[in-house]
Design a protein around this ligand. Structure first.
Ligand code: ADP
Ligand code: ZN
Ligand code: MG
Length: 520
């Protein structure tokens, strides 16, 4: 298969996401009073309603409606005041009712959007944006100083319910193939679920990943779900098609189902772009099919092919009256909106003078945003930038490897102390990295580590002058070469001085003093 850079020259990827999110923060299920609890003993949270027994009548959970309205308001949707619940025909043992209660053509939330801020390093994945000047727009994209912003349309967010869970016994890896029998646990049946559908406005795996990340951040801020990718309380289906550059008609899409990590979403879409390009370039056709991303084999495989539109025989549920939301209810929900990620980014910029890049990378994860704020509660304002650097460059990278910042020995107070030592030139940036490693390793204060390891940085010009003079005296040929125009040798002299001070000289000061002596 061709590399993605090659493919993107000729083809434009078109991506739309469908995101399911369980409202795990609620007490009870969508249409009955059964308790919501992950991991309880099988079939202990069931009743006639969620088991679909004859004569049982559903009653909508008002707190769930409040959650979906919050989600809609936070994603710039119009809230539909008059909607209905529908029955979607469905026959499988995990759904005892033989239908799923969901919403019809009109959902509680319609026509929203989110703005994605994409970094400069990903700019070439969006065709034609690199050539724009900051502020210029193209399709749904605006060029910014440090990348671009893409506005992604949200078609709708509707309310539905989850199914129960099947457990297949006897086959490999819990799969149905080869199983001797299957068990059903209805505890999850009737769990309130919201499904958000985007317009096909995304153009790269990175945009898809960012959308998912931002949406998760918003849902966490709203406190409507624990949004656990591992436990599947938030999961995405990625729809993707290709079209020739310069054409506007949509190609046939494939759908990657039940993606449960940001990396899988990105990598699965990337693979699918390259696979589809190969099929199309060889004169083949893309079938509208559901595919599964196999992260270990790094490829997608067909799950099922869609030949005709599924016929779910959707019709309004006669047991549930049309749902009317009052203006008063909507306004009461609006008043509960917390600070959202975009607002937090703005506040971080305004309060501490951070760049847009720093602010949005801090806010991208709740732990890093909270950690930064905890640091700034005691830190001097001028430490905001170096603290942001520490968190974004060192801590966030470690967090990707499963490092738990909130539970680590690096408390906000220690981070402030470390950054203070760096800012006052007491230690070099290289020593800073060693101190950070030691804090995490030995659970001690940065100042104590600096003391213990004798790491003090030498910034005193008197002490450094002798070292510098010695280095210059030892290398007369290089000094002559420098003066003859080989100014790149400055790095060599700095290196020699650092060696002579056993890494404790302040490289910034050494640099300045050397330049003065050599150019003077
Ligand atoms: P389906 O009927 O197959 O479920 P929908 O029209 O409901 O398809 O769209 C499902 C998702 O797929 C939406 O996010 C939509 O934006 C996206 N989508 C629709 N058509 C395409 C296409 N040709 N290429 C990529 N994504 C698409
Ligand atoms: Zn129940
Ligand atoms: Mg659909």
């Amino acid at each position: 298969m061709k590399k993605i850079e090659e493919v993107l020259k000729d083809w434009e990827p078109v991506i739309g996401l469908e995101v399911h999110c369980e409202l795990t923060k609620l007490e009870t299920k969508m249409f009955c009073g059964c308790k919501l609890e992950f991991g309880a003993a099988p079939n202990t949270h069931t009743c006639p309603v969620c088991l679909g027994l004859p004569g049982a009548l559903p009653v909508p959970n008002k707190a769930a409606i409040e959650s979906i309205v919050l989600a809609g308001l936070a994603t710039n949707c119009d809230i539909e005041k008059h909607t209905m619940f529908y029955r979607k025909g469905y026959m499988y043992p995990d759904m005892a009712k033989n239908f799923q209660t969901t919403q019809g053509p009109k959902a509680f939330c319609m026509r929203g959007h989110l703005d994605l801020d994409v970094d400069e390093k990903n700019i070439n994945e969006r065709y034609g944006v690199a050539e724009l000047a900051p502020g210029e727009t193209f399709e749904n994209v605006t060029r910014t100083e440090d990348g671009y912003t893409a506005q992604v349309g949200i078609t709708r967010i509707h309310m539905e319910e989850d199914a129960g869970k099947m457990i297949h016994v006897g086959g490999a890896e819990g799969r149905i193939e080869g199983a001797t029998h299957s068990l059903v646990d209805y505890n999850r049946a009737g769990t309130p679920l919201i499904e958000l559908v985007t317009e096909p406005d995304l153009r790269s795996p990175e945009e898809a990943r960012l959308f998912m990340e931002k949406l998760r951040q918003i849902f966490l801020a709203l406190n409507i779900s624990d949004c656990s990718m591992e436990e599947g309380s938030i999961r995405a289906d990625g729809n993707i098609s290709l079209r020739r550059r310069g054409t506007t008609q949509l190609g046939t899409k494939t759908e990657l189902k039940n993606i449960n990590s940001f990396k899988s979403l990105h990598d699965g879409l990337l693979y699918e772009i390259c696979r589809q390009a190969e099929v199309l370039e060889e004169g083949g056709v893309i079938y509208q099919e559901t595919r599964h991303w196999d992260a270990s084999k790094k490829r997608t495989i067909v799950m099922r092919t869609k030949e005709t539109a599924d016929d779910y025989r959707m019709f309004p549920d006669p047991d549930l009256a049309p749902y009317d939301l009052s203006d008063d209810f909507i306004e009461r929900v609006r008043a509960k909106l917390p600070e959202l990620p975009d607002q937090k980014v703005k506040r971080f910029q305004e309060t501490w003078g951070l760049s847009a890049y720093d602010a949005r990378h801090l806010v991208a994860h709740r732990v890093t945003a909270n950690f930064f704020e905890a640091c700034m509660a005691t830190a001097d304002a001028k430490l905001a930038k170096p603290l942001a650097n520490l968190i974004i460059n060192d801590l966030a990278a470690m967090a990707n490897d499963g490092f738990d910042l909130a539970a680590s020995p690096l408390t906000p107070a220690r981070a402030v102390e470390l950054v203070g030592l760096l800012a006052s030139d007491a230690i070099s940036s290289k020593q800073g990295k060693q101190v950070l490693a030691a804090v995490l390793d030995e659970d001690k204060d940065p100042a104590a580590i600096v003391e213990e390891k004798g790491m003090k940085q030498v910034s005193d010009t008197g002490a450094l002058e002798a070292v510098i003079d010695q280095v210059l005296a030892d290398n007369p040929d290089k000094v002559a070469a420098y003066k003859g125009g080989k100014t790149g040798l400055l790095g060599f002299f700095v290196g020699q001085c650092m060696k002579a001070t056993r890494g404790q000289g302040n490289p910034k000061v050494i640099n300045q003093m050397l330049a003065q002596k050599l150019n003077g």
